[in-house]
Design a protein around this ligand. Structure first.
Ligand code: HEM
Length: 410
């Protein structure tokens, strides 16, 4: 059913074949580590807006979504998500919900009995549902693409349209490739940041250590800047521990073996489905002492594998996402005390949604309180409306890409 809904245009669900490789190559030039490093001025600006918004509201779920969405929409289409209530965000939500409903095992008889697909439309009501879901998402991606093409500056849409790999592709195929990236960016970074806040309110002890590091490296007169990020090992460890404590894709994305394989003497035959139980592995008491505790110390100057999936299908957006998380989390911890609002939060399986590919914390409350009047002042003054100029930033990104030897296509 998922393939009916996406007409095989969702890269996550494509088999690894030549067509997949073509789409992967198309994306690679805008998602590479070198390209992603050029995008930091955008994350720098959007994280300032995030802090200012959090001075006015504790609705961090909405603000994280706006932050993450605005970064990918600016890159993909050249326009910002200003309020988080834009129709594009609403429709993207709907589309992601649709995908969740069609990827649920057992929900659609046609998934277990594929011959049902030969039934004529009147006897196969799921075909109409699939067509409606496909039309909704195609309209979103096409409208965004057309909007991006008339913009003055470089953006991913222009880049894709002028790429050699795109020569044989239809507009719909290109629009879906861009839409896949935009959707991936909306739903993921924001949820990792929510898990981080959940850790802050349920295991607050680590916050003091993080703020001590920030005070030593940054002081209280300015926000952490891009050059500070490499000097903040405890912040990096918090991000690693957030991924370990609760992975947002708890059972990963199933992969299939393309040839017979042996693991520790066991034969894994060609065509087997491999499901990486990220959450189970990361809560194994033999691997992690007190696995339910949130202890960033586990990761000081260390990294774990699997945060971004694995193998040839590893998340290509990980360099962009890592920078968004580093800016967002370092700056929030610098500016705010993040504390519980209401009664203690019980963090067990029931605290998370389990009806989609991404498992998010169910809504909970937290208070974002400036750490001092000085911190409040710095946040209030950290950006003014005239500095929120995405066109200027995209020009800067384009220039930076050229200067590091990349070939952005406009
Ligand atoms: C914190 C944020 C993110 C997390 C935790 C995350 C995680 C993942 C995971 C677990 C996968 C599956 C990998 C596998 O099959 O083994 C994946 C795939 C993917 N992600 Fe991300 N992701 C994030 C952000 C992003 C962003 C910002 C983008 C794009 C701008 C992106 C684009 C993609 C794409 C295109 C795939 C499909 C890759 C394929 O099937 O070959 N992701 N991501």
């Amino acid at each position: 059913m998922a393939n009916e809904v996406t007409q095989r245009r969702n890269i996550l669900m494509r088999p690894f074949d030549n067509e997949f490789l073509l789409h992967q190559r198309l994306e690679a030039s805008v998602l590479s580590p070198r390209a992603s490093a050029c995008y930091t001025p955008l994350q720098e600006m959007e994280s300032r807006v995030l802090l200012q918004n959090l001075l006015r509201t504790n609705d961090f779920i909405h603000e994280f979504e706006r932050y993450a969405a605005s970064i990918v929409y600016s890159l993909a289409y050249g326009f910002r998500i200003v309020t988080g209530d834009e129709w594009q965000v609403q429709v993207a939500h709907q589309a992601l919900q649709n995908i969740s409903s069609v990827t649920q095992v057992g929900q659609w008889a046609v998934d277990s009995l594929p011959f049902l697909n030969y039934l004529p439309k009147p006897l196969a009501p799921w075909k109409k549902t699939a067509e409606e879901f496909y039309a909704l998402e195609t309209n979103l991606h096409m409208t965004n693409m057309n909007e991006a093409l008339v913009r003055e500056d470089w953006n991913w849409t222009k880049d894709f349209k002028n790429a050699k790999e795109a020569e044989g592709l239809s507009d719909t195929a290109i629009a879906w490739d861009l839409g896949n990236l935009a959707n991936a960016g909306v739903e993921t970074t924001n949820v990792v940041m929510q898990v981080f806040v959940m850790a802050c309110v349920s295991h607050p002890n680590f916050i003091a250590t993080a703020q001590k590091e920030l005070d030593e490296v940054v002081g209280s007169d300015r926000l952490p800047e891009v050059d500070d990020l490499d000097n903040l090992p405890y912040i990096a460890a918090i991000i690693e521990e957030t991924f370990r404590w609760r992975h947002i894709v708890p059972v990963g994305i199933p992969h299939a073996t393309t040839e017979d394989n042996y693991y520790k003497g066991y034969l894994i035959p060609r065509g087997s489905t491999i499901i990486p139980l990220f959450n189970t592995m990361r809560r194994d008491g033999k691997l992690f002492h007190a696995p339910l505790d949130f202890r960033p110390e586990r990761w000081l100057n260390k990294k774990q594998s699997g945060n971004w999936g694995y193998g040839r299908r590893i998340c290509p957006g990980r360099f962009i996402a890592t920078n968004s998380l580093r800016f967002g989390i370092a700056r929030m911890l610098w500016a705010f005390n993040i504390r519980l609002d209401g009664k203690p939060l019980l963090v067990d399986e029931s605290a998370f949604t389990m009806d989609g590919i991404v498992s998010a914390p169910k809504p909970f409350k937290a208070i974002f309180e400036p750490r001092s009047e000085q911190h409040r002042r710095v946040v209030e003054q950290c950006i003014c409306p005239a500095d929120i100029d995405v066109s200027k930033i995209l020009k800067q990104i384009h220039k930076q890409q050229v200067s590091v030897g990349l070939n952005p296509r406009v």
